[in-house]
Write a new protein. Structure first.
Length: 154
């Protein structure tokens, strides 16, 4: 009986660690899938009724994230670049024009362990996130279909 008591705690810690690591890997692949779907949606100039191009892309990313990004659209970024200068994002009208590069990313999405063995608290008593998740995807904007107008970027 004593042997079982000595084994139980390390066994449970190992089981919880396995679940935590598996969940992080699953979450990372899910948000990567979500941004890839957002880029695929963006390059075809589709929009969700009542929203601009960027907000439509963010809505698609959120809907493909399996709830991990529900009400967290502030972490989703949509940027457009000129093919000749991939360091400075474009802004304003026409930034989502044909031939430009669109990048959809999720930046600094905080994630905490399900069962932290040693929790880390900030000065206000709230748990700090031990790490953040990032994902990004990019592609070249396609040409507009015949008779279709370019949707406003923002």
């Amino acid at each position: 009986m004593v042997e079982a008591a000595l084994i139980f705690l390390p066994l449970m810690a190992l089981l919880v660690a396995l679940i935590d690591f598996s969940l992080v890997i699953f979450m990372r692949s899910t948000i990567q899938f979500a941004v890839r779907e957002g880029v695929r949606f963006a390059i075809t100039y589709q929009t969700v009724p009542g929203k601009g191009h960027d907000d439509s892309v963010k809505a698609i990313v959120e809907s493909n994230s399996m709830g991990f990004l529900k009400n967290k659209t502030s972490y989703i970024k949509v940027k457009y670049y000129s093919p000749s200068n991939l360091t400075a994002p474009l802004s304003g009208a026409g930034s989502n024009g044909p031939g430009n590069v669109v990048e959809v990313s999720i930046d600094q999405l905080p994630w905490s362990w399900l069962a932290p063995l040693q929790p880390d608290y900030n000065q206000k008593g709230a748990r700090k996130s031990p790490f953040t998740l990032n994902a990004s995807a990019a592609d070249v904007m396609q040409g507009l279909p015949v008779g279709q107008l370019q949707p406003p970027a923002r």
